[in-house]
Design a binder for this molecule. Sequence first.
Ligand code: G3H
Ligand code: 13P
Ligand code: ZN
Length: 349
Amino acid sequence: MSLITLRQLLDHAAENNYAVPAFNISNMEQGLAIVQAAAACNSPVILQASKGARVYAGDIMLHHIVIALSEMYPKVPICLHQDHGNDTGTCYSAMNHGFTSVMMDGSLEADAKTPASYEYNVNITQNVTEVAHSIGVSVEGELGMIGSLETGTSSEEDGVGAQGVFTREELLTDPDLAVDFVQKTKVDALAIACGTSHGAHKFSRKPDGEILAIDVIEKINKKLPNTHLVMHGSSSVPQYLQDLINANGGVITQTYGVPIEEIEKGIKYGVRKVNIDTDCRMAMSGQFRYIANSCPEELDPRKFIIAAMKELTTLCKERYERFGSAGNASKISIISLDDMAQQYKNGVL
Ligand code: G3H
Ligand code: 13P
Ligand code: ZN
């Protein structure tokens, strides 16, 4: 079995100066395309499922998809991670279904909309960390609010995001508070807010330091050099996929994502997990549209899905190469959950 914890994977990434892409999945085809690409690049990978993905596929199905992928590609270390866990129940049920890592997103209350107090965030994250570490599972926490510095809002393109309009200070992660948060919660990785947001509409222009605060990542890294940082909302929203969608009946107004070179700067400042969902959605749905448009007589869903998987595989390969995770899968020998639990217990981690 090639399932790995987030902590072990990101420790390896930190020791070797790379980051691991965390791709969202909700079905077999996404899993196959992402892990095939990882195998081709000799890269480890994080497969993450949102609460919505778990409802869509069902926990039993998702779990078996990932087990099957790990049997098909035993050389690829795969971390199965809960994305944006909104409460303890979501995190604990993920652990019961074979997830090796959970995100407790206590920056928002359980409704995933209302900004939470700092005390609430610390308490709920502490509770999850205590339980998770006792069985070797890793925990990602979040401080700050993922949202746009241009508009002061979180994206409504998916179900995760604070409701309201916020100041720059309210959105961005405070480096001093980050030190206190990590010390109190003992999280294995910290999601930070630096001006990225979920969905395709992140920036109205190619982002500069005004609207994408890489300097905040640098400041947090200076104060927390041993903490693995997580960049959410890291899709690059490539122009070629916007064009593919628009040329085939889709409507996506001109938009800008996070340029890969900005993510590479983040990696220099301790970013070890890079969350990508929207790009994968665009790759697949772009090809669905292209096949529907160019072969109107096509009835076989596999023709759509094969093209979509190919586009997704190409995209994933580029991310493994650019983030530096390519070439590292074979250098990792997986530590079991029991041994990870023992390491937490002994204070090694
Ligand atoms: O964090 C947000 C991801 O893009 C998941 O989106 O809740 O629609 O699966 P979803
Ligand atoms: P994107 O919408 O930029 O792909 O971000 C996904 C994400 O952060 C999932 O947690
Ligand atoms: Zn996210």
